[in-house]
Design a protein around this ligand. Structure first.
Ligand SMILES: Cc1cc2nc3c(=O)[nH]c(=O)nc-3n(C[C@H](O)[C@H](O)[C@H](O)COP(=O)(O)OP(=O)(O)OC[C@H]3O[C@@H](n4cnc5c(N)ncnc54)[C@H](O)[C@@H]3O)c2cc1C
Ligand SMILES: *[C@@H]1O[C@H](CO)[C@@H](O)[C@H](O)[C@H]1NC(C)=O
Ligand SMILES: *[C@@H]1O[C@H](CO)[C@@H](O)[C@H](O)[C@H]1NC(C)=O
Ligand SMILES: *[C@@H]1O[C@H](CO)[C@@H](O)[C@H](O)[C@H]1NC(C)=O
Ligand SMILES: *[C@@H]1O[C@H](CO)[C@@H](O)[C@H](O)[C@H]1NC(C)=O
Ligand SMILES: *[C@@H]1O[C@H](CO)[C@@H](O)[C@H](O)[C@H]1NC(C)=O
Length: 532
């Protein structure tokens, strides 16, 4: 009787224990982390609830979803972090690093969340997210023509804040205003002023980082090697970038934009062929992106090109430039629009200028995303006309995948390939982005679409760079290699590392080995340490 009683009490206890474990009993990892974090930051309990979230927190899922920018990784099967930390100040970042290290958890760092493979918010291993969206001051010094920008600021915020101070200053960075400073600048960053001013990182003059020991270091403190590495080598391998200091650039009071569309039946092939000679060689003030897409016209499948351009100057000068260099494009004066630089930023991100003011750039569009797959390539020799025709054919057969050609040349060819970790400089005519976007979750469709992208990528092999076949770090693509951060970490890293960084990979490995020898800052495509 007694024994029976005891065992039933025990089983009730066990049951309760089980229930409480599955119903959100505090996870020991979370508890240990929280204790450490509280101690490091001197935080009070009520303050902590808006900085550290575990899976049981009411707002866990809304905080996680806020900066998911590829809806493919917004599913119940996407691995979730054990803890999300959303620092309000720099000391919270220091504490997060120190305490994540103490419990030996992988720390994924997220600024704007635009990583195409979701590396800033998912992992195959148990992990935390350090979410930087609150660290987003933009402090502009017009005397010095510089700005300190927090890692969690968006490009839209940077552009808007600059435009509040001046309409003859700008910054050369990405087209999409919701992209985050932390990932974009640490991974190089480019936009419509690439040919005039180079990459975003070419215009970064200082930075603040939290290193693996939890110290805050500026350029002087971290030294030139680490400062070099975080201007294109990807922040996530080296530490947590708190902020970058940018040198602003001069833009004219009035700039000009245009967009021209041509079907294959309207000489698209001739225009696309000629584009390869003109776009990378023309006036540095002119950036002409070209999209190549399958389309239908009168129920017939065909392909089209769209040339979208920014000219840092007036319409009349642009017209005479293109009349001379690119008459095949058939640009009409009525097709050109003059505007302020900040309005060209809105125009490029497809806002309706009649109804939109620059403050639209401040919209963070939280918890919103399309389903996407992207890849990248570099073209160093013009693609012949007959091959362009084969591209149209392949594209229309595949159905949906498109290409974006971004011209290089200009300033990009003047900067040595070793100046920053980004190696794709002189000798590259343009970068190719493979692009497919859809709106609904559907595993069958996803399989079809991602194979369209890899089929077109295979088809393009003869036309793009080889040994290694180059890729752009900020167009993250796990197909080109992955790291499990085990004993083969260096060998695995060399595979994608050579593609992203070419000859700069070795120096990145040296810096990594120097600043983070235990490989605490690691991702599926981080820089490995030298084998011991
Ligand atoms: C819609 C869209 C448009 C884009 N347009 C352009 C474009 O015009 N030009 C261009 O160059 N690229 C473009 N990109 C790519 C973009 O530059 C990269 O995805 C970039 O890395 C995004 O930065 P993020 O902070 O938003 O991303 P996140 O996903 O937050 O971070 C990307 C990577 O950087 C790491 N990281 C983030 N913050 C920090 C930090 N503070 N310290 C250390 N490491 C950090 C992350 O861990 C991750 O590995 C675009 C992407 C999207 C989705
Ligand atoms: C926490 O408090 C201690 C003791 O008062 C102090 O030395 C330390 O600087 C504080 N840390 C932070 C991050 O405020
Ligand atoms: C195509 O090119 C031909 C010859 O160069 C030209 O006569 C014709 O007008 C062009 N067609 C279009 C639609 O631009
Ligand atoms: C914006 O305004 C211009 C000039 O008034 C007009 O031609 C154009 O159609 C308008 N665009 C939209 C999208 O309403
Ligand atoms: C994630 O999915 C939910 C529905 O399950 C949706 O409401 C939300 O907008 C999605 N967010 C993103 C970033 O895709
Ligand atoms: C994708 O689906 C379409 C239509 O169902 C089909 O014709 C095509 O072959 C598929 N493509 C791939 C790469 O699977």
């Amino acid at each position: 009787m007694k024994i029976l009683k005891f065992s039933s009490v025990a089983s009730i206890l066990l049951l309760l224990l089980n229930l409480s474990l599955s119903w959100g009993a505090p996870d020991p990892v979370y508890e240990t982390f929280l204790q450490c974090f509280t101690k490091q930051t001197n935080s009070t309990d009520d303050k902590l609830s808006s900085i550290v979230y575990n899976q049981e927190s009411k707002s866990f899922s809304s905080v996680l979803r806020a900066y998911i920018r590829n809806a493919r990784f917004n599913s119940s099967s996407t691995p979730k972090p054990t803890v999300i930390i959303t620092p309000l100040e720099e000391s919270h970042v220091q504490a997060a690093v120190i305490c994540a290290k103490q419990v030996n958890f992988q720390l994924k760092i997220r600024s704007g969340g635009h990583d195409y493979e979701g590396l800033s918010y998912k992992s195959e291993n148990p992990f935390f997210i350090l979410d930087m969206f609150n660290i987003r001051n933009v402090d502009i010094d017009m005397e010095e023509e510089t700005a300190w920008v927090g890692a969690g600021a968006t490009l839209g915020e940077v552009y808007y804040k600059i435009s509040e101070k001046s309409n003859v200053h700008g910054f050369p960075a990405g087209v999409c205003p919701t992209v985050g400073v932390g990932g974009h600048f640490s991974g190089a960053g480019y936009g419509t002023m690439l040919r005039k001013f180079g990459l975003s990182t070419d215009n970064v003059v200082d930075a603040k980082i939290v290193d693996v020991q939890g110290r805050i270091l500026d350029r002087k403190g971290m030294g030139e090697d680490l400062f070099w590495a975080i201007r294109g080598g990807g922040g996530a391998s080296f530490g947590v970038v708190l902020s970058y200091k940018l040198k602003l650039v001069s833009v004219p009071q009035t700039v000009t934009v245009f967009k021209v569309e041509r079907l294959v039946e309207e000489n698209a092939t001739e225009i696309a062929y000629k584009w390869q000679f003109v776009a990378p060689a023309t006036d540095n003030n002119l950036f002409m992106r070209m999209l190549l897409q399958p389309t239908t016209k009168n129920k017939k499948t065909t392909a089209k090109i769209t040339v979208i351009a920014l000219y840092l100057g007036l319409k009349d000068n642009l017209m005479s430039l293109l009349d001379k260099e690119f008459p095949e494009l058939g640009l009409k004066k009525e097709g050109c629009m003059e505007m302020r630089w900040v309005d060209s930023v809105l125009w490029w991100s497809s806002f309706d200028l009649n109804t939109t003011k620059p403050d639209a750039l401040l919209d963070r569009k939280v918890d919103w995303a399309d389903f996407v797959k992207r890849k990248s390539d570099y073209v160093q020799q013009p693609i012949p006309k007959f091959s362009l025709n084969l591209i149209w054919k392949t594209m229309t057969e595949l159905g949906k995948v498109g290409l974006v050609f971004n011209p290089y040349g200009g300033r990009m060819s003047e900067i040595p390939a070793t100046e920053t970790p980004f190696p794709h400089r002189d000798g590259n005519l343009f970068k190719v982005q493979y692009s497919i976007t859809w709106e609904k979750p559907d595993p069958e469709l996803e399989k079809n679409y991602t194979s369209q992208v890899s089929d077109l990528y295979s088809f393009m092999t003869p036309f793009v760079s080889k040994n290694p076949r180059g890729a752009y770090l900020n167009y993250r693509d796990l197909d080109i290699g992955m790291n499990h951060n085990g004993k083969d970490s260096y060998e695995e890293g060399k595979v994608y590392g050579a593609k992203y960084f070419n000859g700069n990979f070795d120096r990145l490995v040296k810096v990594k080995t120097m600043v983070d020898p235990e490989n605490f800052f690691r991702t599926e495509q981080s820089i490995p340490v030298l084998p011991k």
